[in-house]
Ligand binder design. Structure first.
Ligand SMILES: Cc1ccc(Nc2c(-c3ccc(O)cc3)nc3c(C)cccn23)cc1
Length: 109
């Protein structure tokens, strides 16, 4: 199913964020946080609305976003969850901030 232009642009932004050339800071956000793998069984007690770049890609393809704003809200959720769970001093939150800067730059193109 063809996406409207606004969401096709979002698809391009997502493709860029997921590129392996950004491996230094996108790795933790490519797929849903795995509480078992990371040994953080309490994760879903703290984070009620998990989000990740993979899920955003699926939602895009399934037509679950109605606008770029909708898409942006889910990205902000990734960063907010990361800050809430990891805290501001954690290296993974620093990675989230680098991802957010890349996101903002790509969305502004
Ligand atoms: C004991 C402990 C403490 C912190 C973490 N954070 C963390 C997260 C994470 C990302 C987003 C998010 O909303 C929550 C957590 N992803 C990782 C990865 C990929 C490697 C190492 C740590 N990571 C893991 C285990």
């Amino acid at each position: 199913k063809k996406l409207p232009p606004e969401l096709r642009f979002c698809e391009e932004v997502l493709m860029e964020l997921r590129k392996s050339k950004h491996f230094e800071f996108n790795g933790a956000f490519l797929q849903p946080v795995d509480p078992v793998a990371l040994n953080i069984p309490h994760y879903h007690k703290i984070i009620k609305k998990p989000m990740d770049l993979g899920t955003m890609g699926s939602k895009l393809q399934l037509g679950e976003y109605t606008s770029a704003k909708d898409f942006e809200r889910d990205f902000e959720l990734i960063v907010k969850n990361c800050k809430t769970f990891n805290g501001e001093d954690h290296i993974v939150y620093a990675q989230a901030l680098r991802l957010q800067r890349l996101f903002s730059n790509e969305m502004a193109k």
